[in-house]
Ligand binder design. Sequence first.
Ligand code: OSB
Ligand code: MG
Length: 384
Amino acid sequence: MPENPIASSAGALRGGILIEAAELRIVSLPLLTPFVISTGTMTCKTFPLLVLKGEGLQGVAEAVMDPTPDYLEETVPGAIAFLRDVLLPSIVGKRFASPYELEPYLVPWRGHRMAKAVVEMAFWDMWSKSLGIPLKTALGGVREHVDVGVSLGIATIEKTLDRIEEALADGYKRTKLKIAQGHDVRIVEAVRNRHPEIKLTVDANTDYGLADLPVLRALDEFNLDYIEQPLAFDDIHDHAQVQAALKTAICLDESIRSASDTRKALEARAARVINIKVGRVGGFAAARAIHDISAAFGAPVWCGGMLEAGIGRAHNIHLATLANFTKPGDTSSASRYFERDIINEPLEAKNGEMPVPENGPGIGVTLDREFLETVTDHVEEFGT
Ligand code: OSB
Ligand code: MG
């Protein structure tokens, strides 16, 4: 690494990195196992992939919205239209000296945080490459590897117990069970009876309401590390009532879209743990602000996932190197999800630790272009 990477960066010397072109794809990767959560079943991971190009550099990111608005409001078709018609034309052909300079082009638009995130994250990759440093370093991360656990979709008790045996044999540091109405207390009880000591959490993906307090109180008896997003995606207020009624920490996922949401949730005592997904909150600037605000409130954070392929997983791993990511994240081995990934580097955890990818600066992984072509449904070019 040069002594002063910023001063030596060609982009910085000319007043910023010129985004000369962009390539926007829709990629579909079959999942090895259907992933069942309270809002639906996913058998295939379909996502926008963005490549920003300029100054001989490429910055890459995945967007995390689903084809339909079941996790949050954004959708793949909506994001493609917004990126094509609005965001990408506004930044291609311009210079940006840092990711923060993108803000004026992103802030005016309401919502669409997942679509904004893919642009911002791709530029963070490009910028850290221009500086010759890992994304982790650009973000201020402090870890060589990140602790990870598994997120297990809804399945029978037998199947779930088998999957837990496998995950524990692989050394994963936390087990998260997806729950839903009618698939909650019995399965948690069975798992707890078999494994009295493991770090166990549940994720309801918004399936409950205040009327379900008796079920949540029953779950409160199983020494869970936290109960993730029991109530509605847009409801911080009622989560505070649930948190007050439980010993177990509430963790918010869907409800946290911004630093401001985080401040309000923690002030209201609606949660004691925050799940940060950089792709959900609009990018790294927001993810870091959420991380810092949570730290100020003494609330630990962890890095969630959206079944990302290799590019999105690499971004998540770099983010999770920040100091307040003290709980195991969801970025388990890519081979648990896909037969083949879209990157050249295997992202595999060992003993529950995922190494930070370091094949070059930036996100430290590279696209497998040949395979990518075979799993691309659609591609558009900008600025060429
Ligand atoms: O709530 O964290 C969630 C996957 C899709 C939609 C929502 C969620 C999830 C996961 C998967 O839990 C985590 C992962 O393994 O990437
Ligand atoms: Mg969740």
